[in-house]
Design a protein around this ligand. Structure first.
Ligand code: CTP
Length: 408
């Protein structure tokens, strides 16, 4: 939680400025006190009134007058905070920060402060990769400015590449880390237990061969990290991946679907279960005890397949020990929402995170995901974002679900 932490939000001019409103909501939901400075160009994207309504405080802009100055001088404004956060940090504002230019309230406050500063850059990919910006950011980092993002993705300008601002949930996580309120503090899911499945399963054919799939485990591991960061006591049951075990998460390594099921049922009772693993639907009916040999006369062996247990469906149907919230994933290559909606009912889970895994999306093994959150009220499209951002947003939604459905 960020109880009583004072955040001075500097909202500069960029299309990502609209995300500052969600950021204020999340910060205030965690008990932080947020005060906003809105630059002149920032005001082209969000209105002072909406920021004022959400912060429940005066919004400071370039019309900072002598009356304002007598009530709250700009020096005091810059220091009356635990952290200054610039969202979005434009190429222009980063350049001014590097050069020490103070020609408006935002840049003056940033020059006058003695408090830690975090920036969440957002700009066109070419601006981000321009040597001037690269150098400005490097210098700011050296001076101790914390830089969160940007991520890679489709941008409002129609180009693709690094330059997109990280999602508000990720900025909140970065703020918590910066203020030492991260994993160790009592997060909104503290006292809750969570299970996440991740990665592929390996189904042995014989002692050396197996059936597997292309899942990298990135999404599942990121969800385990995000839930732990919000305070949940988290168990990750994972098939073989190249990823490191997440910090502060109890990680159980398994290979087959049946081992995954056993590890998951051993973890019951639970408040939350998120099944992100790409479980192999089938295994060979009879695993050979010895390596299968080529037999010239008989030709290649015929592999008879049998169905694996469905872990998501089993957890959803666990009588007496069903987790309070069961979330599944749907990997689809066509009519994503329709399939996911049907899958939610078929599997008996509460939510489905539906993603398009057709090869052209690069989801499998990639760092980004375009998902829909399918709940009993319908399908909510989420913008294309990094798997870490999907995880942070999902964890945040889970926290909201528990805070509105149960007394902690
Ligand atoms: N899942 C599971 N156990 C299985 C198969 C799938 O727990 N044996 C879970 C996955 O972790 C995911 C969800 O079920 O949360 C849906 O997985 P998906 O592969 O999309 O669906 P399938 O059940 O394989 O259905 P289909 O092949 O018809 O798409």
């Amino acid at each position: 939680m960020l109880r009583d932490k004072r955040i001075l939000l500097i909202v500069a001019g960029g299309i990502a400025a609209f995300k500052s409103l969600q950021l204020v909501r999340l910060l205030r939901g965690r008990g932080a006190r947020v005060r906003a400075v809105l630059t002149k160009s920032g005001a082209e994207f969000v209105t002072p009134l909406s920021l004022q309504a959400l912060t429940e405080d005066k919004v400071y802009g370039d019309l900072f007058s002598l009356t304002d100055e007598s009530e709250m001088g700009h020096i005091q404004l810059s220091r009356d905070a635990d952290l200054l956060v610039v969202v979005p940090a434009t190429a222009n504002l980063l350049a001014k920060m590097r050069a020490g230019i103070a020609d408006d309230l935002a840049s003056t406050v940033l020059l006058a402060t003695d408090k830690p500063v975090m920036v969440a850059p957002a700009m066109n990919v070419r601006m981000w990769l321009h040597p001037a910006t690269v150098e400005n950011v490097a210098v700011l980092r050296e001076r101790g400015v914390m830089v969160t993002g940007p991520t890679e993705g489709d941008m409002a300008c129609g180009e693709f590449g690094p330059g997109r601002m990280v999602e508000p949930e990720e900025i909140v996580a970065a703020i918590e880390r910066a203020l030492g309120e991260g994993e160790t503090a009592a997060g909104p899911l503290s006292g809750r237990s969570a299970l996440v499945t991740s990665g592929p399963t390996f189904e042995a054919i014989d002692p050396v061969r197996y059936i597997a799939n292309r899942s990298s485990g990135k999404q599942g591991h990121a969800i385990a990290t995000a839930l732990a960061r919000l305070g949940a006591t988290t168990t990750l049951v994972t098939g073989p991946t190249r990823l490191a075990d997440p910090a502060d998460v109890r990680t159980v390594h398994i290979e087959s679907a049946r081992e995954m099921l056993e590890a998951c049922t051993n973890a019951l009772p639970l408040d939350i279960a998120v099944c992100a693993a790409a479980v192999s639907d089938w295994r060979v009916a009879r695993e050979a005890g010895q390596k299968l040999k080529k037999d010239g006369n008989a030709g290649p062996p015929a592999l008879e397949l049998t169905e694996n247990p469905d872990i998501l469906a089993t957890l959803s149907a666990a009588s007496g020990t069903r987790p309070g919230l069961v979330v599944g994933f749907a990997a689809e290559t066509e009519t994503v929402v329709e399939h996911a909606t049907a899958k939610r009912l078929r599997k008996g889970c509460d939510w489905i995170v539906a993603n398009d895994v057709s090869p052209e999306t690069g989801t499998f093994g990639g760092d980004e995901n375009t998902v829909h959150l399918v709940t009993e009220t319908g399908a909510e499209p989420w913008p294309k974002m990094g798997k870490d951002a999907v995880a942070a947003r999902l964890a945040e939604r889970i926290a909201v679900h528990f805070s509105s459905n149960f007394a902690a």
